[in-house]
Design a protein around this ligand. Structure first.
Ligand code: HEC
Ligand code: HEC
Ligand code: HEC
Length: 445
């Protein structure tokens, strides 16, 4: 074809601009996906686990202890040799959705894929685009340091069979859009239930007790159902949103330990609409509690507890444990104080709390109080002013907390806070050994 030069030029120019236009469009689409992915990765708190103490974000190597040995988290930066640089979007989705790694192996559910399974394909692709956009870091990690037989990936079979079902999020048409968005975030990327729900001996969440609270890393993740006494019954959805945004609610409580990490690394980055949605969803969880309230029994240490309270605590938390709104949290009716497991109050009294929201820091009392005094105080605070938890705190518990205290930096200096151990490791020794013993070709015996 003989095209005159000007026409050719026009065509060429057009081809170029058209190409550029298409390209620019693709780039904005990419940039959008990357920005959305960065946000969703925050919602999923990927960085808390996939970053070693003092390490590069997402480069892996954080040690996660389990009763059966430990795992180091893998590198999920886009380094081709040691990270996910050679992964496809399909493989990445399969990891989140099915808990299967690139080599086709079952992953250990320390990676919370049993929650991420509800993440949509579109959101998974956005997170993938984001992770591909960050700087690759060369960091080879050997993930599996579990003991035999738990180091065998097939030992997950029992747990998978019983507790994992590939899911997708099904909106409830009877509920509002906000409620559904909240459900998607809380039950999916937020994996709130991973810490806040008790598990049975096999590591499965006890469905009838979901969100009633559980022990994690030596802390007690509180009841998030609408139980008035130990749960969020007396909170408004706005207060829940404020707590997730700032780690503190005036007149109520502040985020501690692992929850302070969640706020710092994840929920504080979420927008107000999403946080309000999460609050709305949580407020709709029916009241439920595992706490058996103790009958007030005459406690011989009560007088000692009362005088310790007046000497060391009342100056700030006030008589009657009523606190001062926005300055000192109340201890009467406070979930942290009322938890069935006294872990949180023990840690707070021993270690203190860094400043959060508009609250000033609280000093630790480890050097001033003996374990018996700490226990007497805890029993007193848990059993006074309408708080009716039985006096179940002992000096030995305080001693254990003191010994383990150093592991949790309550005032971390790094940007990334850390879980030191993790929930959710499934399968108790006996059941797995039983199951593996039945597996053809295993040489356990
Ligand atoms: C509670 C800790 C935790 C959180 C939160 C977490 N991960 Fe993981 N992740 C792990 C652990 C542990 C493994 C290793 C599991 C295994 O190999 O069995 C892992 C494995 C992976 C893998 C497979 C990598 C490989 O080389 O096999 C990918 C991909 C991944 N995570 C992505 C994510 C993303 C994306 C998020 C956030 C949406 C996230 N993870 C949040 C702990 C976590
Ligand atoms: C100097 C003032 C001060 C003293 C003394 C003090 N506290 Fe605190 N306490 C605070 C502040 C402030 C917070 C909230 C800190 C934050 O999160 O920023 C707090 C938090 C707490 C919490 C956690 C509450 C929550 O909802 O997260 C408990 C439990 C607690 N204090 C118990 C005690 C006990 C028991 C004593 C006595 C041994 C005591 N405090 C002494 C100021 C004090
Ligand atoms: C890594 C474990 C972990 C995860 C994941 C986690 N939490 Fe927590 N959460 C805790 C612990 C431990 C506490 C108790 C200490 C405290 O009061 O801060 C807590 C406390 C809370 C409280 C305060 C309750 C009260 O009565 O004072 C709220 C609200 C809360 N979490 C909401 C959430 C939501 C929503 C999510 C999901 C986005 C979530 N948590 C995910 C561990 C976790």
């Amino acid at each position: 074809m003989d095209l005159s030069r000007p026409l050719l030029h026009t065509l060429q120019a057009c081809a170029l601009t058209c190409l550029l236009a298409v390209d620019a469009k693709a780039q904005t689409a990419d940039a959008d996906a990357v920005a959305r992915g960065a946000y969703l990765a925050r919602a999923g708190d990927c960085v808390s686990c996939h970053t070693a103490q003092g390490g590069q974000p997402f480069a892996g190597g954080l040690r996660m202890d389990t009763p059966f040995g430990y795992l180091l988290t893998p590198n999920i930066t886009p380094d081709a040799a040691t990270g996910i640089g050679s992964w496809s979007a399909d493989e990445f989705y399969r990891a989140l959705h099915q808990g299967v790694n690139k080599r086709g192996q079952d992953m250990f559910p320390v990676m919370p894929f049993d929650f991420y399974t509800r993440v949509t394909r579109q959101d998974s692709d956005a997170i993938f685009a984001y992770l591909r956009s960050i700087a690759p870091v060369k960091n080879a990690v050997v993930v599996n340091h579990l003991r035999f037989p738990f180091n065998q990936r097939w030992s997950m079979a029992v747990w998978r069979e019983l507790y994992f079902s590939e899911g997708s999020f099904k909106p409830d048409p009877g509920k509002s859009a906000a409620w559904n968005r909240g459900a998607y975030l809380v039950e999916g990327l937020g994996h709130c239930s991973a810490c806040h729900s008790p598990r049975n001996a096999l590591g499965g969440i006890e469905k009838d007790k979901a969100y009633t609270g559980a022990t994690i890393d030596g802390w007690f993740a509180l009841n998030l159902t609408s139980d008035l006494h130990t749960g969020l019954g007396s909170w408004t959805a706005e207060q829940i949103a404020t707590y997730l945004k700032t780690g503190a609610v005036a007149g109520k409580t502040t985020a501690l330990g692992p929850m302070a990490e969640v706020v710092k690394n994840s929920t504080s980055y979420l927008n107000d609409a999403d946080l309000a949605a999460m609050g709305a969803y949580l407020k709709d969880l029916p009241a439920n509690s595992t706490l058996r309230q103790g009958k007030p029994v005459p406690d011989p240490t009560r007088a000692a507890g009362a005088s310790l309270y007046l000497d060391h605590c009342a100056g700030c938390h006030q008589a009657g444990g009523r606190g001062i709104p926005g300055v000192f949290p109340p201890l009467a009716g406070n979930g942290v104080v009322l938890a069935p497991d006294p872990a949180d109050i023990l840690k707070v009294v021993l270690l203190g709390v860094p400043a959060q929201g508009k609250y000033v820091p609280m000093p630790g009392f480890a050097s001033q109080l003996s374990d018996q005094q700490v226990a007497d105080l805890a029993n007193y605070v848990r059993g006074s002013w309408g708080n009716t938890v039985a006096a179940n705190t002992t000096a030995a518990m305080s001693a254990r907390m003191r010994a383990a205290a150093g592991r949790y930096a309550l005032a971390p200096s790094s940007r990334v806070f850390h879980h030191t151990t993790h929930m959710g490791y499934p399968a108790p020794p006996i059941a797995v050994i039983d199951a593996t013993a039945r597996m053809p070709g295993n040489r356990l015996h």
